[in-house]
Design a protein around this ligand. Structure first.
Ligand SMILES: *Cc1c(COP(=O)(O)O)cnc(C)c1O
Length: 392
């Protein structure tokens, strides 16, 4: 590897949130309003989010996607002994929520092109104890939720979408979150995600029972509606508790950020699309596998831009990461597949040979910077540094 031709004056970080004066003013307004926990901003955020994904869903704001996935599976009745199918190609949160409920995640391999769930692998993992499948829209590319729904129809198996990367993402012409083929979809507003609130999440569902259960369980199992139903003279301090719930509510200052970000979501995606198009065009001749685009007419959220280095490349994954770092370009790896992590490997008794596609991808995959706050100068730097490292 040749030494860097020039050190960059300002490094290009792997990710940077796209925060404007509008988000800052919205938080200040909320703080001046004096309401700092869950309140009117959350109610408005929920309403706007439901409208954003098509208006036919209930939406429940939560403190994280992890919390939302936990609530979704809890509301689906997942419990001890149940099996939940989860792709190995995801973040640990997708599987840990299954454990929260005493259930067993059954990890499956992914499709080599998209790194999303492989329907044949899901079919092969079905057992009489299977109670749910979690679909992850990796990197912001829609997975085949409808295909999973068709596969499990009539078997009493629930489908939950981990949409942490998918805002906004289209699959078959519909925004992820419309939840037409799933019991619920869950989004993340973590700092690095395409729409951020600092921290936070949103659950969407067409099922009023799931929405109601998630609302009750996100705040200590307090059921004010059920209480009000039997009393007309309820005092403000009275409430009932119907289950040992959780503390998963979203505070108003976070919702204020989220509302502005949601209004900018399509514009921010458009910017990421332009950056992705740039990389796809410029790197077509390099010895690496570029990420799959969305189906014609669909939107890719482009949360991530994962490239897979070819075996013939002069540099391997770790060498590529080091060479980019030496030239001031941040990278990351999405994902270390779950079956490689100590807890999952040992508690589920897994071997790498069970996941040939994920293993091959993991040995070659690197995510390069792609976010709406990138300047053209930064995109050009990433482009030229990647070209320099791949062709030297
Ligand atoms: C980030 C992420 C989560 C968790 O999101 P939080 O809001 O941080 O809880 C879940 N699943 C996937 C695939 C993620 O990337």
């Amino acid at each position: 590897m040749t030494p860097p031709t020039r050190m960059l004056a300002t490094p290009v970080p792997f990710a940077r949130p796209d925060i404007t004066e509008r988000e800052i003013e919205a938080v200040v307004r909320t703080l001046r309003g004096g309401w700092v926990t869950t309140g009117p901003a959350v109610a408005e955020f929920e309403e706007e989010f439901a409208a954003f994904v098509g208006g036919e869903v209930y939406s429940v704001a939560v403190s994280s996607a992890t919390a939302g996935l936990h609530l979704a599976l809890e509301a689906c009745g997942i419990g001890p002994g149940d099996e939940v199918i989860v792709p190995t190609w995801t973040f640990t949160a997708t599987a840990e929520v299954v454990r929260y409920l005493g259930a067993v995640p059954v990890l499956v391999d992914v499709d080599p092109l998209t790194l999303n769930l492989d329907l044949a692998a899901v079919e092969g993992a079905l057992s009489p104890r299977t109670r749910a499948v979690v679909v992850v829209h990796f990197g912001g590319l829609a997975a085949d939720t409808a295909g999973v729904a068709d596969l499990v129809r009539g078997r009493g198996i629930r489908v939950v979408e981990d949409a942490a990367h998918a805002l906004p993402t289209h699959g078959h012409g519909e925004l992820v979150g419309a939840a037409r083929h799933s019991d619920a979809a869950v989004f993340s507003f973590y700092a690095t995600k395409p729409v951020t609130a600092g921290e936070g999440g949103m659950l969407t569902t067409r099922d009023p029972a799931i929405a109601e259960r998630a609302r009750v369980m996100r705040l200590h199992g307090i059921d004010r509606d059920a209480f009000d139903r039997y009393r007309t003279d309820v005092a403000g301090w009275e409430y009932d508790v119907v289950a040992p719930g959780f503390k998963y509510n979203l505070p108003d200052p976070a919702a204020a950020i989220g509302r502005v970000q949601l209004a900018r979501a399509h514009a921010m995606r458009d910017r990421r699309q332009r950056v992705a198009d740039w990389y796809l065009r410029e790197w077509a001749d390099l010895p690496l596998e570029l990420p799959a685009p969305a189906e014609v007419g669909d939107l890719h959220a482009w949360h991530l831009f994962p490239v897979r280095l070819n075996e013939t490349a002069a540099v391997d994954r770790d060498g590529f990461i080091d060479a980019l770092a030496a030239r001031g370009v941040g990278t990351s790896v999405h994902f270390i597949p779950l079956h490689r992590l100590t807890y999952w490997r040992t508690s589920l008794g897994l071997a790498v040979a069970q996941f040939p596609v994920a293993e091959d991808a993991f040995s070659r995959v690197v995510s390069v910077p792609l976010y709406s706050a990138m300047s053209d100068v930064e995109v050009e730097r990433v482009d030229s540094v990647v070209r320099e490292v791949m062709t030297s």
